[in-house]
Design a protein around this ligand. Sequence first.
Ligand SMILES: *[C@@H]1O[C@H](CO)[C@@H](O)[C@H](O)[C@H]1NC(C)=O
Ligand SMILES: *[C@@H]1O[C@H](CO)[C@@H](O)[C@H](O)[C@H]1NC(C)=O
Length: 505
Amino acid sequence: MGNGVWTGRWFRTSLALLHPNGKHVSWSMVCGVMLFGLGLISLLTGHVASHLEWYSHRLHRRTLSTLDGGEDEPIDIWQSQYSKYYYGCEERGRHFGPAVRERKSNGYLLIATSGGLNQQRTGITDAVVVARILNATLVVPELDHHSFWKDDSDFANIFDVNWFITYLAKDVTIIKRVPDKIMRSMEKPPYTMRVPRKSEPEYYLDQVLPILLRRRVLQLTKFDYRLANNLDDELQKLRCRVNYHALRFTKPIRQLGQRVVMKMRKMASRYVAVHLRFEPDMLAFSGCYFGGGEKERHELGEIRKRWTTLPDLSPDGERKRGKCPLTPHEVGLMLRALGFANDTYLYVASGEIYGGDETMQPLKDLFPNIYTKEMLAEEELKPFLPFSSRLAAIDYIVCDESNVFVTNNNGNMAKILAGRRRYMGHKRTIRPNAKKLSALFTSRHEMVWDTFASKVKACQRGFMGEPDEMRPGRGEFHEYPSTCVCEKPFMDDLSQDGTRPKKVL
Ligand SMILES: *[C@@H]1O[C@H](CO)[C@@H](O)[C@H](O)[C@H]1NC(C)=O
Ligand SMILES: *[C@@H]1O[C@H](CO)[C@@H](O)[C@H](O)[C@H]1NC(C)=O
């Protein structure tokens, strides 16, 4: 267990072989015979050997997925063994036409995004796609200054605006603002509308395009999740070009983010980034109970009154349904159970933690090497402090660069980073299976540690960021960007390190 690899499979496979009724037998035998055959061929011909690993991987995976859903697969907690068989594929298709020029476009599209940094990122991504659908000229989106996070930053303070425009030049024409001439010629102020959530492209063509054509300048407000999840492949790939390439943070943000990453790497060759959403508002909103007694019930109850329409929830019911964010302590227990040793370096990305140091202490006890951006970049962080989005951007970078990313929640940042990490080569991303884990945490004291640990591992299968967790149509696209993750062609020869070497003659 020391190297973090689970080794249950070999043992159980051998057991299965002994079991006369199991389908496992025939499949394992088929695999074995075929592999043996291939080995022979490779000995004879000398050039099939490099396919061997690939065949064995394919066969193995196929047998597992048809027989037991991969239950027995050993997992390297630091890295997916299968990531090397996939690559990001977001290129423009040959028949995807060039961007419509400003003069020929159907009008100017203004976008007001909504929410915190990562929610706005989804809005900006979809804004580009909507502009493409409408053949509109996109004006660089406006950021939300009135969200809960209250940040006055403009697009150009957070994102590299020139890079954004240039990178997407072939897809959509983007300008910084509507030309004065157009503004002066308008009889009325720009028309403003809010489209329903997850609208289909047809909605934009039927309902939005006529207004755009009539008014020349149109603003879409509260723009987040306003475009359907499932689009045709070319538009999904455009989403990936925006989200994973065109949206790059400004240089000062990137530089500070990288400095924090370097500091982590200097201390440890690899680190785990833990994104903790454990702020009072989040906890109050969840309706869950976190073990803080009357004080907590009162405090969170007061905050909950802010939202007048929230239903009365049963805290136990919510926990059983897996709706409660894990506490820092629970995240620590999960990580230790999965096999991360107590000398692992953790980077904790978070806002204000409810209960402060007292809440964090149990996690620190499990993992003494804990760092935050405030600890690693004291002075340099000062200019960023008044801007919650810039701080969030630093955390985004350090989490993105981490070897393993773990969250305690299912919010926007967790989903977006999980998707990005899949695209970037299936970097290990651990999402707690809260529904199953909650029962385990509750009954933890009724079992010895080893039992608890193996049950946690069993719960977490399918929640570790493995490539096969992604299936077309599953979940939200920015969490499962399946159109932009391709499997390397079967006949391609793969070297040990997973790069694509020259074709074998
Ligand atoms: C956008 O432009 C393309 C290429 O010129 C054209 O085929 C398409 O019909 C246009 N769509 C709209 C909504 O104007
Ligand atoms: C970490 O674990 C090792 C054994 O696994 C133990 O000897 C050591 O005391 C632990 N360190 C801390 C700081 O808990």
